[in-house]
Design a protein around this ligand. Structure first.
Ligand code: FAD
Length: 457
């Protein structure tokens, strides 16, 4: 059968983003796409089987295929693309936007992010070490992380409090001589299940009586094998264990770490988590756009399946399906533009300067992903919710995006409040227009019938 070849990744870069993407990044995008399509996606099934079946097998496994993929990625120069060139000297020298476009491609495979050393939570943790770490901290933890030799976890969320408000964090850090003693519990510590996870970047309360609630918290480095650290269990997501990295519940019982493990200094925890999460949210968002593209590919494949003809017609001949595919394309393309805009804004300033754009992307992209996945699952009928397609796992993972790194409501509240703060300026602008309109009506000898002129504003 003859068909028109699909456009390549570099050809699909949105027009609005194109002027911001270097020639080198354009070439790399096509190399990433080829690597994901030809190496990683076929390897996903091997990875799943090499993990084993029992819980203990799955959380002690290190599937050999990952090391094969990592070696190939290194050879192609596809390693650590996530560290943006204008903020870090380490990394592959791409901007947030350029890496964002690559992250979309990585989001289509279960193995591609780790294969290119661009997997969460290591990416955010490496940014913490690179941005805030001392030279000694960088050599001990950043170097092996950048080389893909170890993995890491970020421990903020706790079981007994509402963690979406990080001022609630309770894990207690007390200074004793030149050490800090840690006591408390954490959960949803992603990555801590991996046998190679060697370090926990841990947030706790070091100064509970500080009148400024944003100065009570600190971030400290805890080697995973420190006495007093206990991993109790791995949590599942809609029944999926996400092995081998998983999501752990961990307790700290008189865990002693030296003062030299403190990041940036006591009381600077908020500064660190805010610096860490901005670009990370863009990475998640672009991987989600990739997931949505993958779902749409599966949707298109299903409606073209000649064996599936409900009521005598292929699915592509049913108008509802055509419209759902069109809606999916609109939502994916809109989501991508939103993320590209946020990434450009981060490149032009930093994560703080792109707060609004990041919040919009954080809320809107998972919604688009879940919509596309839901339509695709529907088109597959019962197969869509089974283990015979990747859709159920993709949906489970996609649904968590509305909770991780702060639930929708928190971003919605910040966004809404910042719009409302524009009130005085907006009202002044409307009043000015009304006054001008009254002048014009008078000059033209007309009555005040303009609705704007008649309103109270
Ligand atoms: C798959 C997965 C991986 C994760 N990985 C990590 C990790 O690696 N490290 C880590 O530290 N944490 C991780 N988390 C935890 C995640 O960041 C938290 O679950 C999240 O911040 C919410 O905190 P919480 O669960 O305590 O919910 P709560 O803070 O109790 O919030 C519960 C609900 O309250 C509502 N709510 C909250 N604030 C508002 C508001 N202002 N207005 C209205 N409603 C509101 C929302 O509906 C919210 O979902 C992960 C979670 C999942 C599911």
């Amino acid at each position: 059968m003859s068909f028109k070849p699909l456009p390549t990744a570099s050809q699909r870069v949105p027009a609005i983003a194109r002027p911001h993407v270097s020639e080198r990044a354009m070439k790399t995008l096509d190399i990433v796409e080829k690597f994901v399509d030809e190496e990683c996606i076929p390897a996903d099934a091997v990875f799943a089987q090499q993990l084993g079946t029992t819980i203990s097998e799955r959380f002690s496994a290190h599937p050999a295929i990952i090391e094969d993929l990592k070696a190939k990625a290194k050879k192609l120069g596809l390693f650590n693309m996530f560290l943006p060139r204008n903020h870090f000297k380490e990394g592959a020298g791409f901007s947030n936007l350029e890496y964002g476009l690559m992250a979309e491609l990585l989001g289509k495979s279960a193995t591609a992010s780790e294969a290119t050393n661009c997997a969460a939570p290591d990416t955010g943790n490496m940014e913490v070490f690179a941005k805030y770490g001392t030279e000694a901290q960088k050599r001990k933890w950043l170097d092996p992380l950048l080389n893909g030799d170890i993995r890491s976890a970020f421990l903020m969320t706790e079981p007994d409090i509402a963690s979406s408000d990080a001022t609630n964090i309770q894990l207690r850090m007390k200074k004793e001589g030149n050490d800090w003693i840690l006591n408390g519990s954490k959960w949803w510590s992603s990555g801590a299940g991996d046998p190679r996870c060697s370090v926990y970047i841990t947030m706790g309360k070091s100064d509970p009586t500080n009148p400024d609630p944003y100065k009570q918290q600190s971030v400290i480095i805890v080697p995973a094998d420190t006495p007093g650290v206990t991993v109790h269990r791995m949590l599942s997501v809609f029944g999926f264990d996400d092995a081998p990295h998983g999501h752990a519940q961990i307790s700290f019982n008189n865990v002693r770490v030296p003062d030299s493990n403190m990041v940036l200094g006591p009381g600077r925890g908020f500064e660190i988590i805010q610096g860490r999460l901005g670009p990370g949210r863009i990475h998640h968002a672009m991987r989600s756009v990739g997931g949505a593209e993958k779902a749409l590919e599966l949707f298109v494949a299903r409606v073209n399946d000649n064996n599936k003809k409900p009521f005598g017609k292929m699915l592509k001949e049913h108008g509802t399906m055509v419209e759902r595919i069109a809606k999916s394309r609109i939502e994916i393309d809109a989501a991508r533009l939103i993320v590209c805009d946020a990434a450009i804004k981060i490149d032009e300033s930093d994560a703080k300067g792109a707060k609004k754009e990041i919040a919009i992307a954080k809320i809107m992209v998972p919604e688009a992903l879940l919509n596309v996945l839901d339509r695709t699952i529907q088109a597959y009928g019962a197969a869509g919710v089974s283990q015979d397609t990747p859709l159920a796992k993709m949906y489970a993972n996609g649904r968590t995006m509305r909770i991780v790194d702060g639930p929708d409501e928190v971003h919605m509240m910040q966004l809404g409040k910042s719009e409302i703060r524009k009130g005085p300026a907006v009202m002044a602008k409307l009043a000015k227009a009304k006054a001008k309109s009254a002048e014009l009506l008078k000059a033209h000898g007309l009555a005040k019938r303009d609705p704007l002129a008649m309103s109270k504003l």
